[in-house]
Design a binder for this molecule. Structure first.
Ligand code: NAD
Length: 244
């Protein structure tokens, strides 16, 4: 489904991002993953190599415009085009507002929003040459909010606003911009929770299970592919109909 496409996936070293790297590779894209640190990028590349999946990875500081610009140019110079960007890197929060400092709040905005802006801005000139697809990882909490960790849902509401607005700005260039809003998904963080915490959560999900990273990666695959060529500006919920 992605033959001859070149994709950059941020937060590609584990969880949803790593699974998206695998699914895109299975569908014949060239994939470049971005991670936060040299070690985590090296580890992801090794893990993939063990499964016969070859990718390259970089670890630019996503909040440093020059570093991001240089890294994206490197990708362009090597492959000659950049067709897909998945802005997936993100951090969450769970503290009450009383226990959230200005720095805590700002840190979430930096990675969940400002980094997304930064990477997107740098790929757009390349995508304007022949069209492209920008995909953002939102969250179920971008629709319903959550009762603590205020920075996280706030940032994901912003992801949706960014997605919808940019889809309108970039449509004349045949650049589609969409987001996927996962419900609770079994990444490292969730997998480490004890069964007694998971069971009540599952009860609130009509489809009766927590999402797998592949559920989310498949949604990215669809939106990245030409099957979605008339879809832009959507936030696609992939949450088993969870509504809280
Ligand atoms: P994860 O913690 O397993 O992965 C997060 C990724 O983001 C990692 O690859 C990490 O390297 C990267 N990252 C974190 N901070 C970074 C930084 N400062 N610079 C560069 N990269 C950084 O989590 P995940 O569950 O796979 O989350 C991926 C995305 O999915 C996030 O945007 C998250 O908000 C979203 N999401 C997750 C769930 C869930 O239940 N797991 C639900 C809804 C949305």
């Amino acid at each position: 489904m992605l033959k001859d496409k070149v994709a950059i996936i941020t937060g590609g070293t584990r969880g949803i991002g790593l699974e998206t790297v695998k699914v895109f590779k299975e569908n014949h894209a060239e994939v470049v993953l971005f991670g936060s640190k040299e070690e985590s990028v090296a580890k992801a590349i090794e893990t993939l190599k063990a499964e016969n999946i070859m990718v390259e990875g970089y670890y630019p500081d996503l909040n440093n415009p020059e570093e991001v610009k240089d890294t994206i140019k490197k990708v362009y110079d090597k492959y000659g085009h950049i067709d897909i960007l998945v802005n997936n890197a993100g951090i969450s929060a769970k503290e009450s507002i009383d226990n959230t400092s200005y720095e805590d709040f700002t840190k979430i905005m930096d990675i969940n929003i400002n980094a997304m802006f930064n990477v997107t801005k740098e790929v757009i000139p390349y995508m304007k040459q022949k069209g492209g697809v920008i995909l953002n990882t939102s969250s179920m909490v971008s629709i319903y909010g959550q009762p603590s960790g205020i920075g996280y849902p706030t940032s994901k509401f912003a992801v949706n606003g960014f997605t919808k607005s940019l889809s309108r700005e970039l449509a004349p260039f045949n650049i589609r911009v969409n987001a996927v809003a996962p419900g609770i998904t079994k990444t490292d963080m969730v997998a480490s929770l004890p069964e007694e915490m998971i069971a009540p959560l599952v009860k609130t999900i009509p489809l009766g299970r927590i999402g797998e990273p592949r559920d989310i990666a498949n949604a990215f695959l669809f939106l990245a592919s030409d099957l979605a060529s008339y879809i832009t500006g959507v936030v696609l919920s992939v949450d088993g109909a969870a509504r809280s």
